[in-house]
Design a binder for this molecule. Structure first.
Ligand code: LLP
Length: 430
């Protein structure tokens, strides 16, 4: 694999000159207008990825909540809110962004292991659709805060099913050794607690086992585990309206072959339908919290080769994007495919490590890639739409990149300005 057409969405392609373009607009023109490093997203690719989820199952029985952490830029949230998406939020800040972008609090689920009082109060006042509670402690706190406000908090409890999502250990969340959720053996007790505390209304069961999951089986195992737990709840006289199976569907960065959105949702829904019909009850509503699979493929990081440093043991190409702009390679040894924007280089192909300007040896974005490079060449790091700009930092006092959204008609707009030097010191005093 690793062909451009497998990795990049259909909105990207080569012009007759060989130059890479998005919806026909050459990436070099966008780089010239807005500088590099720059995150560039295809609006069509995001819409199509979202619609693959939203059209897979009947809308009245499913809610797709986009996981804001994957890419929280207002222009992206606005696009998804217009598509009818709900949102999975993990902080007051994410809720603030969703509302600024025109999303509705009632269509948000609020996840996270460490919600603070002020965040919970804000969520209750604004009418968030469901609060996914991760511990008995949190449940007590939520009950007290909701009672104090004379409100009823809509709740799900996140269960930890102890299922291996077969992904990178840093982004696996459904194992006993992970900090997330209530161990499934203790979960019934926590639901009984929820029934007994004031100010709470139990709506559902929640689960999220990890991210960049590339096979169907962990999702189906989770569905079975959650349904078996719903049986336990029913036996104890507790009924629920929905099950939230989290997010986690992976994308192709290199040679992975994840199931399609439609295949995943349809398989899960048929499991749930069979379970419900065997019990002669209506199936619960299904909630999902996908992030990466909605925005991941749609974005690239556009960068320029600053210097070349060929050597005896390694050839280094120093690019203007660093680990502060795209942390995934340094943090997870993640692979992002590299494509040259123009194909006119006369240099011979060599194996290059693409490294950034940050003062760390861990500041690499790609290793041992066969490329023909010259100074000033433009490159893209593919599949950077999720957890790219959202994890960018100002390390080494580097302003974060601009973000540009390209529409289907080839027009583009800056959805976030490149940070200025003044942005870097905002809020600081001498
Ligand atoms: N729901 C919850 C409760 C989550 O914690 C997450 C992701 C999601 C949904 C969305 O998962 P997705 O569909 O995007 O896989 N920074 C890492 C990924 C961390 C994911 C954290 N939680 C990366 O760059 O790979």
């Amino acid at each position: 694999m690793s062909l451009e057409s497998d990795i990049l969405p259909a909105s990207f392609g080569r012009r007759s000159t060989g130059e890479l373009a998005c919806e026909g607009t050459p990436l070099s023109a966008i780089a010239k207008a807005h500088g590099t490093p720059l995150y560039l997203y295809s609006a069509r690719a995001i819409r199509e990825a979202y619609q693959a989820f939203s059209s897979a199952l009947p809308a009245q029985s499913t809610q797709i909540c986009y996981a804001v952490k994957a890419n929280p830029t207002l222009g992206i949230l606005d696009l998804l809110a217009r598509e009818g998406a709900g949102f999975d939020i993990v902080s007051e800040g994410e809720l603030f962004r969703v509302l600024k972008a025109g999303g509705q609090a009632a269509r948000c689920v609020f996840s996270g292991v460490g919600k603070r009082d002020h965040e919970i109060v804000e969520a209750l006042k604004l009418g968030v659709g469901c609060i996914n509670v991760e511990s008995a402690d949190e449940l007590h706190r939520l009950s007290a805060l909701a009672s104090g406000l004379q409100r009823v908090a809509p709740v799900s409890i996140r269960i930890n099913p102890d299922i291996d999502s077969l992904t990178h250990p840093y982004i696996s969340t459904g194992l006993k050794e992970n900090k997330f959720g209530v161990p499934v053996e203790q979960a019934l007790g926590v639901y009984q607690l929820a029934q007994s505390l004031p100010g709470l209304k139990v709506l559902g069961v929640d689960c999220h086992i990890g991210s960049q999951i590339t096979s169907l089986s962990p999702f189906l195992d989770t569905t079975d585990r959650v349904l078996a737990f719903v049986d336990e709840l029913s036996a104890a006289g507790i009924s629920i309206d929905h099950i939230d199976l989290g997010g986690g569907l992976g994308i192709c960065y290199h040679d992975e072959t994840p199931p399609s959105a439609g295949a995943l949702l349809k398989s899960v829904a048929s499991r749930v339908a069979a379970w419900a019909s065997a019990r002669n009850r209506p199936p619960p509503k299904l909630v999902f919290e996908f992030g990466r699979a909605i925005v991941g493929r749609a974005g690239v990081l556009l960068t320029e080769v600053v210097f070349l440093k060929p050597g005896d043991t390694k050839n280094f190409a120093i690019i203007d994007a660093g680990m502060n702009d795209l942390l995934r390679p340094s943090l997870y040894e993640a692979w992002h495919e590299v494509f040259a924007v123009k194909l006119d280089s006369r240099e011979p192909q060599r194996q290059w490590d693409l490294v950034g300007p940050v003062c760390e040896s861990g500041d690499w974005l790609a290793r041992d890639r066969g490329l023909s490079l010259s100074q000033g060449d433009l490159l893209v790091l593919a599949s950077a739409g999720a957890y790219g700009c959202s994890m960018a930092s100002n390390y080494n006092s580097r302003p974060r990149p601009a973000e540009v959204l390209v529409e289907q008609d080839g027009t583009h707009r800056v959805i976030r300005l490149r940070e200025s030097l003044d942005d870097l010191i905002r809020g600081e005093t001498v």
